[in-house]
Design a binder for this molecule. Structure first.
Ligand code: HDE
Length: 751
């Protein structure tokens, strides 16, 4: 037959097929509301959107509404098209010279699809590559009115935000739970322009001058020859740098503390690190440091949990954030300010406010709450939002200005510069997630990926052709005014202020502020990290640094390394501990915590329902763990003995004593030393209980569950309880969880 007829036949056959099923009420057809198990052959109703999904706005850089819904280009409904909008009949076969022939160059769809794919990846961030984000709302308290004119802090003012949390060292695919600093970057889409607070979960930094940033990062990133280790500071080049460059010792002890391994992004503090300069309506200035205080308190993983998670669930923090938000357990932080008079010497209580390796203890300058952040919406598209978001601490609003902190000054250059290659050109502020919610009226033009169709002929000032527009705003129109801080008459010099020379007093302050358990964790972290170094001189040099911090710390680490503890080379500083630096000792809300509930084959749905309800009522998330997937009565099994590991749970309830299932292999699944052979309990449950116990987490049993405690020999130890009913078990947990862990299970040996 002639080619013309073949095409006609194929097209007619396809059209008949479409007509056959159109309007049918089979599952998956439009309007049926039932997802199809089969591949659909006609356009379907889109899946229901997740709660309130959408980009932060659809405003163009010139302030115009695009009118497009946020998902206008997603694969929902209608027909597949090329990037130019031409409908496609086949996206599964390339155009070939016969079924067995070579692909034809004329196959535009093939080339468009593959070319686009070839360029799907963009450069990852040079630091903070691994991250996750969420949308939320910030509400001002109005308590900062006296010190800043920033409108978003006004009483009850609501502002949309996007927050990106990150690790620093690892690449995009690395694990979440590694020992590292965490980024905590917030974009406030305020009416007065976008304000970015680009902070970390540690209030000090490794270096005092931005010019050293490439050095510390080169030292901390994987070795250039083998590109290992990934996302770790436990290697020679890192310890080489920080032991030679002692101003890094303060940040380093925070990393070696429990702060380096947060339990969740939800249980992390955030710090702006630098001192900023606030300006009020009268033009008066105050110096300030920004703090984020998590509602759930500051909690960390145990080091072994962190290590296990890197393999068992590398996405642990990402998953935790999404799951919490989707379960309605919206994470919350209070934004607070430490305020200092703007004196010419820019110090407070003898502490140089321009030195980013120093904190001001909260006991000396209390953190004053100025607003509340609630994260309530997960991103629709990771790449479009979390990956393409671009922060810059030069994004300031009237009422917040910078200081001369040399680290801050350097950052003001770096963040804009880095986006030029990462986001390919100067128009990244036009990417949806980066678009301000305030009207934009700039005279920036052209460039790669220009999205706006700018009208007018005179993007310059002064002009007479576009009516003189745009005009400059004055004080009365809330213009951003730089504070005219006097620059002292001084020689141009490459040097630090003398006060920057104190590298040890606050490291000692931190150490002295820790509880015995936290001190023990710090010792173990240094011993682990230095134990991973190969070079003896590096270990010795770092021990010398520790000797200048505290003799007990130094001796304990030296013992672990099998090396002599050196004497200090300078007098140890007299410090007054700052108790708020310790994470232990307070009672915190337990909302959003994950509770594993282990059930056996005899479990009764009614009882479990009560337990789950009680867990939900306490604002926590119950996860049912059973031998196999499926259901217990009507309740879905969320984890099986094969998929559940202790690290996921903040506590467990044993609601049964599951017998070994056929797929449990006792010798392989049980921890050495347990007694699985012939035991009446599934060895994976025993392992779950032992790990939960070892990581100092609460365990409550009821009914048959008590047998499991006896088998694992955990019965009767601190934080292991037996309850009469399921509800009583949940009540018992609620008594234990506010302390985060059962610390008394393993009393510390360091005082
Ligand atoms: Fe950053 N930092 N940084 N940093 N930083 C970047 O910007 C830089 C510093 C922080 O989720 C980069 O867009 C220099 C301190 C966070 O997208 C880059 C110096 C603090 C994030 C950059 C510092 C931070 C970054 C890489 C020394 C806490 C992730 C990609 C002067 C107060 C933001 C990018 C996100 C990201 C430079 C030090 C926090 C290269 C030069 C101190 C949370 O521009």
């Amino acid at each position: 037959s002639k080619p013309g007829r073949v095409i006609k036949d194929v097209v007619e056959a396809a059209a008949a097929k479409v007509a056959d099923v159109r309007g049918d009420t089979i599952p998956g057809s439009p309007g049926s509301g039932v997802p199809s198990l089969e591949e659909p052959t006609t356009p379907q109703d889109p899946l229901p959107p997740k709660s309130e999904q959408g980009s932060p706005d659809t405003v163009t850089p010139t302030g115009l509404e695009t009118g497009l819904p946020p998902t206008a280009n997603s694969q929902q409904g209608a027909f597949l098209t090329t990037a130019q909008g031409a409908r496609l009949r086949d996206t599964d076969h390339s155009l070939k010279a016969g079924p067995r022939g070579p692909i034809l160059l004329q196959d535009h769809h093939f080339r468009e699809k593959i070319t686009h794919f070839d360029h799907e990846r963009i450069p990852e961030r040079v630091v903070h590559a691994r991250g996750t984000g969420a949308h939320g709302t910030f509400t001002g308290y109005g308590t900062a009115d006296e010190v800043t004119r920033a409108g978003f802090l006004a009483k009850d003012k609501e502002t949309q935000v996007f927050v990106r949390f990150s690790t620093v060292l690892g690449s995009r695919g690395s694990a979440d739970s590694v020992r590292d600093t965490r980024g905590f970057a917030t974009k406030f889409y305020t009416d007065e322009g976008t304000f970015d607070l680009v902070g970390n979960n540690i209030p000090v930094f490794f270096i005092q001058d931005a010019i050293k940033f490439p050095d510390i990062i080169h030292a901390a990133k994987p070795h250039p020859d083998r590109e290992i280790p990934q996302a770790q500071s436990a290697h020679d080049t890192f310890w080489d740098f920080v032991s030679l460059h002692t101003e890094a010792q303060h940040h380093t002890i925070w990393n070696m503390s429990d702060r380096g391994i947060p339990r969740s992004y939800r249980t992390m503090e955030g710090f702006g690190v630098h001192t900023f300069r606030l300006v009020n309506a009268a033009g008066e200035t105050t110096l300030a440091k920004f703090h984020w205080k998590p509602k759930l308190g500051v909690h960390s993983l145990e080091w072994e949990e962190a290590q296990m998670l890197a393999g068992l669930d590398p996405d642990f923090h990402r998953r935790d954030l999404y799951d919490a938000i989707e379960a309605g357990a919206f994470p919350e932080w209070e934004l607070g300010l430490q305020l200092f008079p703007d004196t010419p010497d820019e110090t407070f209580g003898g502490i140089d406010l321009l030195d980013p390796t120093k904190i001001v203890p909260e006991e000396l300058a209390p953190v004053q709450p100025v607003g509340r952040l609630v994260l309530n919406r997960t991103p629709t598209n990771f790449f479009a939002e979390t990956e393409q978001v671009a922060f810059h601490l030069g994004n300031l609003v009237p009422g917040i200005d910078v200081t001369n902190d040399p680290l801050l000054q350097g950052r003001l250059f770096s963040y804009l510069d880095t986006q030029l290659t990462r986001l390919a050109g100067p128009n990244f502020p036009q990417i949806p997630i980066n678009r301000p919610h305030a009207p934009v009226n700039d005279m920036l033009r052209d460039g790669f990926h220009q999205q706006a169709v700018h009208g007018g002929v005179a993007p310059y000032r002064p002009n007479s052709l576009d009516g003189g527009n745009p005009f400059e705003a004055g004080d009365a129109q809330q213009a951003f005014l730089d504070v005219p801080v006097t620059v002292t008459e001084a020689p141009k010099i490459r040097a630090n202020p003398v006060s920057f020379d104190d590298h040890y007093s606050q490291v000692r302050l931190f150490w002295q502020s820790m509880s015995p358990i936290e001190k023990e964790h710090i010792v173990r972290a240094y011993t682990f990290e230095l134990g991973k170094c190969y070079e003896q001189t590096i270990k010795e040099r770092q021990l010398q640094c520790l000797a200048n911090v505290d003799p007990v710390l130094c001796e304990q680490v030296a013992t672990g390394l099998g090396l002599p503890a050196p004497e200090p080379t300078q007098a140890l500083a007299e410090v007054t501990p700052s108790p708020v630096l310790s994470q232990i000792g307070e009672q915190w809300p337990s909302d959003g915590r994950t509770i594993g509930i282990v059930v056996d084959a005899d479990a009764l749905e009614a009882d479990l329902d009560d337990v789950r309800d009680a867990v939900f009522a306490a604002g926590m998330v119950p996860l049912l763990i059973a031998a196999h997937g499926g259901k217990v009565g009507d309740l879905p099994v969320q984890r099986t003995f094969a998929t559940a590991r202790s690290v996921e749970f903040d506590a467990i309830i044993l609601a049964g004593a599951p017998a070994p299932a056929p797929d449990a292999i006792p010798a392989r699944d049980a921890k050495a030393g347990a007694k699985p052979a012939g035991a009446a309990i599934d060895p994976r449950v025993l392992l779950l209980v032992e790990e939960t116990w070892r990581h100092a987490k609460a365990i409550v049993a009821w009914g048959a569950g008590a047998t499991v405690l006896e088998t694992t020999a955990t019965a009767g130890t601190p934080g292991v309880l037996v309850a009469e009913t399921g509800e009583a078990a949940v009540a018992a947990l609620q008594q234990l969880l506010p302390a985060h862990r059962v610390w008394e299970r393993f009393p510390a040996t360091i005082s």
